[in-house]
Ligand binder design. Structure first.
Ligand code: ADP
Length: 263
């Protein structure tokens, strides 16, 4: 396992190269970092109770690349948001290492998110008046041991575009700035909610390639939501959700590179 912070900044401005092989133990021997048991979430809209997650049991190992797959409304975002400390479960338990996230108060959840989790969403949420470099720099003020900003931009192959504003970047490039912003704090966990949902095919692949590279090179545990079954080929494991439940979990004996996926 490569520990965050021990690797020299790579020069990744050539996106055609495949990610370096993961120097990580096999996924089934790495330590469990998330342990969910009976995890449930029910939303209340007026008098109506909406069960979004129903008694989910799931272990996620350090360095794993996990894809959450399922139709709209199957509970993917709810599970991701609970893993990321953005929402709290209604029942069950969820541990991140020795942190009991189901018992954490707002302050503890904020600390957990800040110290451990990088988020990437479908829409990039960049600040239009700031350059790529400045958008990433915003995060480094609030964390203790950030990666150099230029390293974060280099890891998403945007070194040469550091001084460009979001309006001067394509959708895929903006998403890669968002990934740089997520990884600059060296998070142990990268949570991505439909990261390619707003992108065309080729650009989406570059973004997936970037996420796979971060997972492989930094050992960052990655959980990626998609409703695109083709993306599942690049995961270590694919968790199929339906109606708030885990329907099955597939293990990929041979992960595909994003360039090998087609949809
Ligand atoms: P997915 O990400 O798979 O599309 P979600 O986790 O977003 O699914 O939603 C699961 C279910 O929970 C859906 O029925 C959705 O309508 C409901 N839901 C999600 N968020 C809320 C909310 N804030 N209030 C009420 N219902 C919600």
């Amino acid at each position: 396992m490569i520990k965050p912070g021990t690797v020299a900044a790579p020069q990744h401005d050539d996106m055609s190269r495949p990610p370096a092989p993961a120097d990580a133990p096999p996924a089934d021997t790495a330590p469990v970092v998330f342990r969910a048991r009976g995890l449930s979430k029910t939303y209340h809209a007026g008098d109506v109770a909406v069960p979004a997650l129903r008694a989910v049991d799931l272990d996620i190992r350090r360095g794993e690349f996990l894809v959450l797959l399922g139709p709209s409304g199957s509970g993917k975002s709810t599970l991701l948001n609970i893993l990321g400390g953005l929402e709290v479960a209604s029942a069950g338990t969820l541990f991140y290492e020795d942190h009991d996230l189901t018992a954490a108060d707002d302050e503890a959840l904020t600390r957990y998110r800040r110290e451990h989790v990088g988020f990437v969403f479908q829409f990039y949420n960049l600040i239009p008046s700031l350059t790529a470099w400045e958008n990433v720099a915003l995060v480094t003020d609030i964390v203790t041991d950030p990666m150099p900003i230029d390293e974060a931009l280099s890891r998403v192959a945007l070194g040469p575009r550091r001084d460009h504003f979001p309006s001067q970047l394509s959708g895929g490039e903006q998403q890669r700035v968002a990934i740089a912003r997520a990884i600059v704090k060296r998070p142990q966990v990268l949570l991505c909610d439909e990261p390619t949902g707003a992108l065309d095919y080729a650009t989406g692949k570059l973004v997936l390639e970037t996420i796979a590279r971060i997972n492989a090179e930094l050992g960052t545990t990655a959980v990626v939501i998609t409703h695109n079954a083709a993306i599942a080929g690049m995961a270590d494991r694919v968790v199929h959700l339906g109606d708030g439940r885990i329907q099955r979990i597939d293990v990929n004996a041979h992960k595909l590179a994003p360039s090998e996926l087609s949809w």
